[in-house]
Design a protein around this ligand. Structure first.
Ligand code: BLA
Length: 513
């Protein structure tokens, strides 16, 4: 695997983005103590929505008895899910309709009052029918690529962004844009590009696993600071679930470098793990109304469930096919006194397992090869190395970077970048091996992933890289990785082979005995 990190990734991970002490200016924030409902902090722009300074006042004198009562019912007491939100449109004292959103986070009730922007022409309301059609199309998509394409298209139709991307994380948290739907007039395309893990640092991924969406109307906004009562001033308000949370200035600089103004990211959670993001980009500022934002989150959830269905179906089918092949081979072994011929000379052979392009048996010193493998001498050397280096309690070995692990095998990288090997007997005389070729040979990154961080001046101490020009990396000596379940099947097969070896030994000792 490639580990593409900037000079010091911990720089990016250290920013406490859940307590920025500021919000975006289209909202007013009021935080109250969960038990007393006294206001303990608010944003400096409270006068945009309220006719008085609420600090220290009870919440009902600020929001009215009706909304406060519903907040109390939904969010006070035990067992309230963090982030659970009460949302309604209310008329406040200033006489303006505002979207009020309240949630609980620990000891705080956080209320956000959102004013519709002065130029609401970007607004698109999603109808129930739109949502039903969109979810139906996701259900109909029969491959991951197809479903991602549908998700990008439907999310863009819903939210009106110039471009919507489906971004998928790999096991090392690098990621790639696997689907894109965009305004054809925007020539920039990020489809297929890879990005290093540090572009979305660990604390951001942790926050995105808890809180499902982020929307920025205007990248160039001036953040509004929070002010607190003296008693609570050194307990900053946790904005993890606040929709108006001010985003990291480093990330806003990144958006500037990408040519993006209004933006969105919605978490795609599969089995509780952050699988990816639906990313929205707009060249100008872009407002999405609260109900449409909620709908975009529902759509991302529907996509996540389809991903889970498609992935588990694919995995199940692949495992079933392998189990069938393995039992076929075990049947051949049961009929045979010679495991090498049982595994290499019948209709099905070792080579049919694990998408390998080469396979081999090692029996004492004799080697039998199938498909594309290193020469027999090299395989004997590999067997000797495995016998020597693998700890006594390990019976198997799998790698997707074999040339790096065993430099003498580097000349055979083309056919042997991946290796799965299992010992048959405790004495390690016999082995089964599978080889995978070098692949893929190139990865196209959105910019050089090794040097994205620049030292900044002014308020931002580090800056993301400036260039997103395609940067092609030649990847050498890596293969597709072997899955854990594949190693399990290889070990089960090796056990069946051990039975044959033992039978063979008994026969020989009977004959010679
Ligand atoms: C956050 N980085 C993000 C987010 C995205 C990306 C989508 C989520 C925030 C949002 O909703 O916009 C990155 N955007 C991408 C990628 C693509 C894209 C990969 O469109 C590709 C298609 N970022 C850096 C570096 C640092 C960094 C070097 O590049 C740190 C030094 C930080 N990125 C950073 C931080 C956040 C972030 C701190 C969190 C922003 C927040 O939620 O406050």
């Amino acid at each position: 695997r490639v580990r593409a990190e900037p000079v010091d990734p911990s720089l990016c991970e250290r920013e406490p983005i859940h307590i920025p002490g500021a919000i975006q200016p289209h909202a007013v924030l009021v935080a109250a103590d969960v038990d007393s409902l006294a206001v303990v902090a608010c944003s400096a722009n409270v006068r945009d929505a309220l006719d008085r300074d609420p600090l220290g006042l009870p919440l009902d004198t600020v929001l009215g008895a009706g909304l406060t009562g519903r907040i109390r019912d939904a969010l006070q007491g035990e067992g309230v899910d963090p982030g659970r939100t009460v949302r309604e449109r209310v008329m406040l004292s200033a006489g303006l309709p505002v979207d009020a959103m309240a949630h609980r986070n620990g000891e705080r009730i956080v209320v956000e009052l959102e004013l519709a922007p002065a130029h609401p022409e970007d607004f698109r309301a999603a109808s129930q029918l739109d949502m039903e059609l969109a979810v139906g199309r996701l259900r109909g998509a029969d491959s991951l690529e197809g479903a991602a394409q549908v998700a990008a298209r439907e999310t863009r139709a819903l939210t009106g962004f110039d471009c919507v991307l489906v971004y998928r994380f790999d096991p090392d948290w690098n990621g790639a844009a696997i689907a894109e739907d965009k305004d054809p007039a925007w020539s920039r395309s990020l489809l297929g590009l890879h990005f290093p893990a540090s572009d979305i640092p660990a604390q951001a991924r942790a926050l995105y696993t808890r809180s499902k969406s982020r929307f920025v109307i205007d990248r160039d906004y001036v953040p509004v600071p929070l002010v607190a009562t003296p008693a609570t001033a050194n307990a900053p308000v946790d904005l993890t679930f606040a929709q108006s949370r001010s985003l990291s200035p480093i990330h806003l600089e990144y958006q500037r470098n990408l040519g993006v103004n209004g933006s969105m990211s919605v978490s795609i959670l599969v089995e509780g793990r952050l699988w990816g993001l639906m990313i929205g980009h707009h060249r100008r500022p872009h407002y999405v109304a609260p109900e449409t934002r909620a709908a975009a989150t529902v759509l991302a959830d529907a996509f996540a469930m389809r991903v889970y269905e498609l992935e588990s179906r694919r995995l199940w089918q692949e495992q079933q096919a392998h189990l069938a092949l393995e039992s076929e081979l075990v049947r051949e072994l049961a009929r045979s006194d010679d495991f090498v011929s049982a595994l290499t000379e019948n209709t099905h052979t070792l080579l049919d397992l694990f998408d390998a392009r080469g396979a081999a048996t090692v029996s004492q010193d004799s080697v039998r090869c199938l498909g594309e493998t290193p020469p027999a001498d090299a395989i004997r050397a590999i067997a000797a190395w495995l016998r020597e280096t693998l700890p006594a309690d390990r019976t198997s070995y799998a790698t997707a970077e074999f040339p790096a692990a065993h430099p003498p095998s580097a000349p055979f990288a083309a056919c042997a970048s991946g290796l799965l090997a299992v010992f048959v007997d405790p004495e390690r005389r016999h082995l089964l091996l599978w080889f995978r070729p070098e692949t893929p040979s190139t990865v196209t990154w959105g910019g050089d992933p090794r040097k994205p961080v620049l030292a900044g001046s002014g308020p931002v101490a580090v800056l993301p890289r400036r260039s997103f020009e395609r940067w092609v990396e030649e990847r050498r000596g890596t293969s597709e990785p072997f899955a854990t379940w594949q190693v399990g099947i290889a070990e089960a097969l090796a056990q069946a082979v051990e039975g044959v070896v033992l039978r063979q030994q008994r026969k020989i000792s009977e004959l010679t005995g």
